[in-house]
Design a protein around this ligand. Sequence first.
Ligand SMILES: [Zn+2]
Length: 66
Amino acid sequence: MSETQKIYHCLNCNTSENDIPLVNLVYTGKQAFICSNCLPLLIHHPQKLIGKLDGAENIAPFQEEN
Ligand SMILES: [Zn+2]
């Protein structure tokens, strides 16, 4: 009996876990994955993930000190 293993993809660029390390996120009770390339986007420009990550419009971007 073979069980197909779920392969996760980056929520932004859709690259699979076989091609790039994915970071496991939990947000609003939902699980999502984002790759190491797109992680800075989540930190600095979360508004760019609106429509890809549920509730992204509610994430405040990290404020860097100037
Ligand atoms: Zn990505």
